[in-house]
Design a protein around this ligand. Structure first.
Ligand code: UDP
Length: 237
C-alpha cells in the first residue's frame, strides 16, 4: 500500500488517498477543539495516543464481529481504513448522564439510568449539529427505517463491547459518539474513532475523568491521562 495525496483535512484528522481505491489512510492530529472551535489547543503526542487507543478498540470490535472500517495501523498516528459512503449523523450512546444531556434535561451528572440512551444528531455545524429523531433522518433522506434499526442494533453491540473491554481496566464508559458509513454492498460499517476524544471515560474507583473533559473543563494532565488509558488497554490486549 502506498500513501498518496491529501484528500481532506478536518479539525483532528487528515485523510490520504492510497494506491488502492478501496482504502484510505486516516492520520490523527495533535490539534484539539471544543465548543465549536472556540477553545483550541495542540496537545503534543495526542494524535499518536488517540490513534493507538482507537486502533486497539476497533481491532477488538472487528474481532467481536462488529463491522468497522479499520484494517490496520499505519505508523504512529495512522490507520488504513476501508472507504465507505459516510452517513452525516452521529449516534450518541449514554450509559451515565453527563455533558449536554445533563444540561439540557437539568439532571445531575453521574446518574445511571435503567436504560441505555441513544441520541441522534445531524452533522450540520452551520445549524449547531441539532438533535434529530428517526423520522427527521428518514425525511432528510439520510437513512431508511430499516437502516436506523440496524444502526441502533450495532450501536448497542458496540456499547456492550466497549463496556466489556473497559471493565477489564477499571474504567466506566459514560457515553460516546459514533458515526457510520455504507459499504459497497450497502451494509452499515462503524466508521469513526473510539478514543478519549469521543468517549467519556471515568475511573471506576475514583471517578476521575479520563477523557476530553480534561481539556474542555481545564482539568489539566490531558496527555498524561490519555497515556494512562492507552497503558491500561495495552495491559489487557
Ligand atoms: N462527542 C464527540 N463529538 C461531538 C460531540 C460529542 O465525540 O461533536 C462525544 C463526547 O465526547 C461525549 C459524547 O459524545 O463522549 C456525548 O457528548 P455530549 O452530547 O454530552 O456533548 P458535550 O458535552 O461534549 O458538548
Amino acid at each position: 500500500m502506498k500513501e498518496l495525496e491529501l484528500l481532506y483535512e478536518g479539525k483532528s484528522k487528515q485523510i490520504f488517498k492510497t494506491d488502492n481505491d478501496d482504502c484510505v489512510v486516516i492520520r490523527f492530529k495533535d490539534d484539539t477543539a471544543a465548543f465549536y472551535n472556540i477553545k483550541r489547543a495542540v496537545i503534543e503526542q495526542k494524535g499518536r495516543i488517540t490513534c493507538d487507543i482507537s486502533s486497539m478498540v476497533l481491532d477488538y470490535m472487528n474481532r467481536h464481529n462488529i463491522n468497522t472500517h479499520f484494517i490496520e495501523r499505519v505508523g504512529d498516528d495512522g490507520q488504513l481504513c476501508r472507504v465507505v459512503e459516510h452517513i452525516p449523523v452521529e449516534v450518541i450512546v449514554r450509559n451515565v448522564v453527563a455533558g449536554s444531556m445533563a444540561k439540557r434535561l437539568g439532571m445531575d451528572e453521574g446518574i445511571v439510568p435503567e436504560n441505555t440512551i441513544f441520541d441522534l444528531v445531524l452533522r450540520r455545524s452551520d445549524l449547531g449539529d441539532p438533535l434529530i429523531n428517526d423520522h427527521h433522518a428518514v425525511a432528510l433522506g439520510l437513512l431508511s427505517y430499516e437502516e436506523l434499526a440496524k444502526m441502533y442494533e450495532m450501536s448497542a453491540a458496540i456499547n456492550n463491547c466497549l463496556i466489556e473491554l473497559y471493565d477489564k481496566v477499571g474504567i466506566m464508559v459514560v457515553d460516546f459518539k459514533i458515526e457510520f458509513g455504507r459499504a459497497a454492498d450497502g451494509s452499515l460499517v462503524l466508521a469513526d474513532e473510539l478514543s478519549p476524544d469521543t468517549c467519556r471515560l471515568w475511573d471506576k474507583e475514583t471517578k476521575e475523568r479520563m477523557d476530553k473533559d480534561r481539556f474542555r473543563r481545564d482539568l489539566g494532565r490531558v496527555r498524561e491521562t490519555y497515556e494512562e488509558v492507552a497503558k491500561r488497554l495495552h495491559n489487557v490486549l
